[in-house]
Write a protein that binds this ligand. Structure first.
Ligand code: ADP
Length: 511
């Protein structure tokens, strides 16, 4: 008994923390030996002094109020929410960051507080170093994203040329099956490279923090109709049933990003489903609209679920099935959800299917569906093309030449100009039924949209047009007003989509 009391005494004196007992008025009643090494004052000298002597002057008033509060509602707790908040003061006036724990107790009828103080200098240095390392990593990550954005953007022009030249060759080589097969394979490879470029550009732009959401009223029905049109052909080709539940809800959100998120989720559901259905449904609960994308596909193993939102992550057990993506789709979903304030969760059973839930805060829901701005961008449907005349305005010589060749082989009469100024004379000669195809960005401030407005102002008829851009999203953001009889397409353009757009425009604008 005596031994354990003596042991407790030693423990108290040489505890790694400085230990003090303070009364309700803040007067030090006891200090252990560690107090001396921490504060540079013998314990005996501290007893009877106010606790304030150990606190930097600028904190004393606040500390008095905190002590009074603690006495009113005593509890065992750590002072200060973050270690960087608290400082103590040595006898020589030097301050150090301190971690302080308080514990109330009663001694011979008097309320007392046990105070344990430890020097946090080292921990704070480590914490600062971690913050600095994190900031450095973030900076490096943003630089990587900017580089990726620039590189993938610049690769689009040559990719566009390759795509058009390949399409032209495919057109020319009719007879030889071997050559045709080779070109078709090449076309598939070009499509994959284009998809990768698009995904890289999307993710790097989203991650670089350069994108501010452009909030407008978005009618879900319009977006879903567009998605149904976009995915229906591939679902049908694979014998899958794609069903999107009708809705009249409207959201205040960024249309482009919202579409991008849904495209990735529906695209995945179709990609990873061999047979059965892909359903898109909506549900309202007390605080959210929940959009679910449910598939009856191969599912995702439980231990992989946490990683599927990482960049370039693909589930290995899907290796047996043909890989179709690059592992960026869900990273894009993650970034879009972060920007738009959605929460995306996934549940899945291997071999049975996957359900993705997108939780959208109810405050983003709008009431009156009639005021919705804009409708879904029309997805071109191929109808037999009428071969009209085309005026092409494109500043990149290789893209211009490849486009001219491709359109020529497709039977279009094409005249081209290297920029808005050069296009001037040709614009004057446009006839009803002629279509303008123009790049959106040229070197200066004049855009393809300006070229189109100018062309329309010169003629009594409405000139139909296709606007092409290496950065479709930025082009759509830059265009504030709806532009009738104009299709907006991304470079490198899918030649079938371009032909379908030309067919649609020319059907609506016969010569
Ligand atoms: P990917 O381009 O490979 O589809 P994502 O980032 O979109 O990349 O998805 C990451 C991985 O998550 C996919 O490779 C796939 O293994 C898995 N995955 C995503 N959605 C589904 C789904 N609906 N069903 C099964 N597996 C899925």
């Amino acid at each position: 008994m005596q031994e354990s009391a003596s042991l407790a005494q030693h423990l108290l004196q040489s505890s790694p923390d400085a230990l003090l007992v303070v009364d309700a008025r803040g007067i030090i009643r006891y200090a252990n030996a560690t107090t001396e090494s921490l504060f540079g004052l013998p314990a005996a000298q501290l007893v009877g002094q106010p606790l304030d002597v150990l606190i930097p002057e600028r904190f004393r008033t606040r500390h008095g109020a905190l002590l009074a509060g603690f006495v009113r509602a005593p509890a065992n707790r750590e002072m200060g929410a973050r270690i960087n908040d608290l400082f103590a003061r040595r006898a020589d006036g030097v301050e150090f960051p301190a971690g302080i724990r308080l514990s109330p107790f009663s001694y011979e009828g008097t309320d007392c507080i046990a105070v344990a103080v430890r020097d946090m200098t080292e921990r704070r240095m480590i914490s600062n170093a971690l913050v600095a390392a994190r900031e450095e990593a973030d900076r490096a990550n943003r630089a990587k994203s900017r580089f990726l954005a620039a590189a993938s953007h610049d690769l689009r022009q040559p990719m566009q040329v390759i795509r058009l030249l390949n399409a032209s060759l495919l057109r020319l080589i009719q007879a030889d099956d071997v050559q045709r097969d080779l070109l078709q394979r090449q076309e598939q490879a070009i499509d994959s490279a284009s998809n990768l470029l698009n995904a890289l550009l999307d993710i790097s732009r989203l991650e670089s923090g350069a994108i501010e959401p452009d909030l407008t009223a978005v009618e879900l029905a319009g977006v879903f109709a567009g998605l149904q049109r976009e995915f229906e052909p591939s679902a049908a080709a694979r014998g899958l049933n794609l069903q999107i539940a009708p809705t009249d809800l409207r959201l205040l959100t960024d249309r482009t990003m919202f579409v991008q998120l849904m495209q990735n989720l529906i695209g995945n559901a179709l990609k990873y489903t061999e047979k059965g259905n892909v359903l898109v449904e909506q549900q309202l609960d007390a605080d959210s609209l929940i959009l679910t994308v449910v598939d009856t596909g191969i599912g995702i193993p439980e231990d992989k679920l946490a990683r599927i939102f990482d960049e370039y992550y693909q589930v290995d057990s899907h290796a047996g099935t043909k890989r179709q993506g690059v592992g960026l789709g869900l990273a894009i979903v993650r970034e879009v959800a972060r920007i738009l304030g959605f929460v995306v969760t996934v549940s899945s059973r291997q071999g049975e299917g996957t359900t993705v839930r997108v939780r959208i805060p109810r405050k983003q829901l709008l009431r009156d569906a009639r005021q919705a701005a804009g409708s879904a961008p029309a997805v071109a449907r191929a109808v037999p093309a009428q071969r009209c005349n085309v005026l092409l305005v494109e500043d990149n010589a290789s893209v211009r030449a490849a486009t001219e060749m491709f359109l020529g082989l497709e039977g279009f009469q094409t005249r081209s100009a290297a920029g808005p100024t050069e296009a001037e004379a040709l614009i004057a000669t446009l006839q009803p039924g002629d279509i303008l195809i123009t790049d959106f960005r040229f070197g200066g401030t004049v855009t393809g949209l300006d070229v189109l407005h100018h062309a329309r102002s010169r003629h009594p008829f409405r000139v139909p047009a296709v606007l092409l851009s290496g950065d479709l999203e930025s082009m759509l953001r830059a265009i504030r007003e709806p532009v009738p009889d104009c299709r907006f397409l991304s470079k490198p353009v899918d030649v079938q989509v371009l032909l379908a757009a030309l067919a649609e425009l020319s059907a609506a604008h016969p010569p």
